[in-house]
Design a binder for this molecule. Structure first.
Ligand code: SAH
Length: 361
């Protein structure tokens, strides 16, 4: 049994079964035993691989997207560039390298990284320090400075804890993590939750018995949207999920590149749930930001010129390297098992920014 499972069992004994979001929050971010708190999970030897870890072009194109945003914003200096959940810092490193082609943009950058994991913070520090760009770390949103900003979040929202609600004959019930036959098990809170049916989009009503909805606290996204609506700027969120709210249990655990049981060995596997882009858009709009997209990642990256960029970096390379570059592009832009369709890009921006690259052009 993992030390975190012991801790979770004790919690259940004293407090009763836990909401799924509480369980997921502990599994990912418990300061001593949480998944992200204790390791660097990325890459072939780890548990999963993200887009920036697959191809340098991903971060480079996002860097050029940021430079164009900066230009559309009237070239503010400094420009706060905020990244939520930067992982190994690879996207930011590729972005800062690509930014060299727009020196005034690069010189204006003041980078703020929001990261809860001490292990990954250290990794980001090692990766990014040689860039010579001012870098600041934050454990939460509260300490971010005010002012116009450009924010990025790649595979960040899927790691924000979800709650699950299940429809039964007598209404909606919260799913909880409790104990059954000496093991962690899912169950339903016996008291039905009133008022859930009303908040569902009209097309999902009346909901059938057995339906599951997932809801997550999108506070970090709402916080960025509020700052943007007041002070200006834009945010780019890329993740996997569905464009419109839908029923479904999407909680998943991944360990060593394979799906695992979400209740098995908490703290040792990555736990995520699909992103509801409709809910994300609503959260940003509520704060007064304007939403662009979502568009499929494959379309977004092609609009930003991924193919041209690939041709450029293939020039003069060995056949093997050229093939590896092509394979990376196919994974980023192609249909499943590629990321081109399941992954989506959504931006939200100050209302003065009318057309955003990759979304409206
Ligand atoms: N963007 C990176 C990493 C994605 S994994 C990439 O694409 O490779 C999720 C990242 O978010 C990790 O760095 C994790 O430590 C961080 N994270 C998870 N929950 C967080 C939270 N509530 N606040 C800040 N960072 C968080």
């Amino acid at each position: 049994m993992t030390p975190l499972e012991q801790q979770i069992r004790q919690l259940i004994e004293t407090e009763g079964p836990l909401p799924v979001s509480r369980y997921m929050g502990l599994a990912l971010s418990d300061p001593r035993h949480g998944y992200y708190a204790t390791r660097d999970p990325f890459g072939a030897g780890g548990d999963f691989t993200t887009a920036p870890e697959m191809s340098q072009i991903f971060g480079e194109l996002i860097g050029l997207w940021c430079a164009e945003l900066w230009r559309l914003m009237g070239e503010p200096s400094p420009l706060r560039l905020v990244e939520l959940g930067p992982g190994r810092g690879t996207l930011m490193a590729d972005l800062l390298r690509a930014a060299k082609v727009v020196p005034a943009f690069r010189a204006a950058l003041d980078v703020h990284l929001v990261e809860t994991s001490p292990v990954l913070t250290e990794r980001q520090r090692v990766t990014l320090a040689p860039s010579g760009i001012p870098l600041h770390w934050h454990a939460g949103m509260e300490t971010l400075p005010a002012g116009p900003l450009v924010a990025l979040a790649n595979e960040f929202v899927d790691a924000l804890p979800v709650d699950q609600l299940v429809k039964t004959e007598d209404g909606w019930h919260e799913r909880r993590v409790g104990m059954k036959n000496g093991r962690l098990a899912f169950g339903l809170d016996p008291a039905p939750l009133p008022g859930i049916e009303k908040i569902l989009p009209a097309r999902l009503r009346p909901s059938p018995s057995g339906a599951v909805i997932e809801r997550r606290d999108l506070m970090p996204v709402g916080d960025i949207a509020r700052r943007i609506a007041i002070h200006g700027g834009a945010a780019l969120v890329i993740d996997y999920g569905y464009a419109r709210s839908a029923f479904g249990d999407t909680l998943q655990a991944v360990r060593a590149h394979r799906f695992a049981d979400p209740l098995d060995s908490p703290g040792e596997a990555d736990l995520t749930a699909h992103v509801d882009f409709e809910a994300l858009a609503t959260a940003a709009e509520k704060q007064g930001a304007e939403v662009h997209g979502p568009v499929a990642q494959g379309i977004f990256l092609r609009r930003l010129g991924i193919e041209l960029r690939a041709e450029k970096i293939k020039l003069g390379k060995e056949a093997e390297t050229r093939a590896a570059i092509d394979a990376g592009i196919a994974r980023l832009t192609g249909p499943a098992p590629g990321m081109g369709e399941l992954f989506k890009a959504l931006a939200f921006a100050h209302r003065d920014l009318r057309a955003l690259p990759g979304f409206d052009s």
